[in-house]
Design a protein around this ligand. Structure first.
Ligand SMILES: Cc1cc2nc3c(=O)[nH]c(=O)nc-3n(C[C@H](O)[C@H](O)[C@H](O)COP(=O)(O)O)c2cc1C
Ligand SMILES: Nc1ncnc2c1ncn2[C@@H]1O[C@H](COP(=O)(O)OP(=O)(O)O)[C@@H](O)[C@H]1O
Ligand SMILES: [Mg+2]
Length: 157
């Protein structure tokens, strides 16, 4: 995918409320306007990268872009699970992310437990990839500290 790394921000919106309740894995959902701006070559599927809420710390993240085939959603969504424990919800806050790598296609599963296992696997994969120097460098990018920037000020190595 030529467009990766891909940088974007948006205010966290409400989804179906399934992430925390059914999966135990909350996902901060981004608005449709952000989804519509994704380059055409960013396929649906599961990705990893870095994320930051407001002007907070930059954390590892995994995300899903697509129709959640397990739930047969009719609307495409873009949802980020930040690999960090937050004390409170942050609906309405600006979420800034950089998408760095592709993990797998979205799938349907036979059971909720199988979906949860797959997501935990994604989290492990994302976490180890992001420790590699080539991906770790992005955590320090100016983009996360400068809300006025649309893209990083210095092209990343
Ligand atoms: C890393 C990751 C992987 C996911 N993989 C799938 C998948 O393979 N199939 C699927 O139907 N949904 C997948 N999802 C999406 C979940 O179904 C979705 O986050 C959940 O339904 C919560 O939706 P909500 O924010 O509307 O409550 C994934 C989510 C994440 C964060
Ligand atoms: N580690 C986290 N990653 C993503 N969202 C989190 C996290 N911890 C708390 N949240 C909060 O949980 C919300 C997402 O929960 P979820 O059950 O997926 O609801 P929704 O369907 O409204 O997206 C986020 O919008 C955010 O406010
Ligand atoms: Mg969600």
């Amino acid at each position: 995918m030529k467009s990766l790394p891909y940088w974007c921000r948006g205010k966290v919106v409400k989804g179906f409320g399934r992430g925390s309740k059914q999966l135990g894995i909350p996902t901060a959902n981004l608005p449709e306007s952000v989804l519509e701006q994704l380059p055409a070559d960013v396929a649906t599927g599961i990705y990893f990268g870095w994320a930051c809420v407001g002007s907070g710390d930059v954390h590892k993240m995994v995300m899903s872009i697509g129709w959640n085939p397990f739930y047969n959603n009719t609307k495409k969504s873009m949802e980020v699970h930040i690999i960090h424990s937050f004390e409170e919800d942050f609906y309405g806050e600006v979420l800034s992310i950089v998408i760095l790598g592709y993990i797998r296609v979205e799938r349907g599963f036979d059971s909720l437990d199988d979906l949860i296992d797959a997501i935990h696997n994604d989290i492990r994969m994302a976490s180890s990839q992001l420790d590699l120097a080539e991906y770790k460098a992005y955590q320090q990018e100016n983009f996360f500290r400068r809300p006025d920037l649309k893209r990083p000020s210095i092209p990343s190595a």
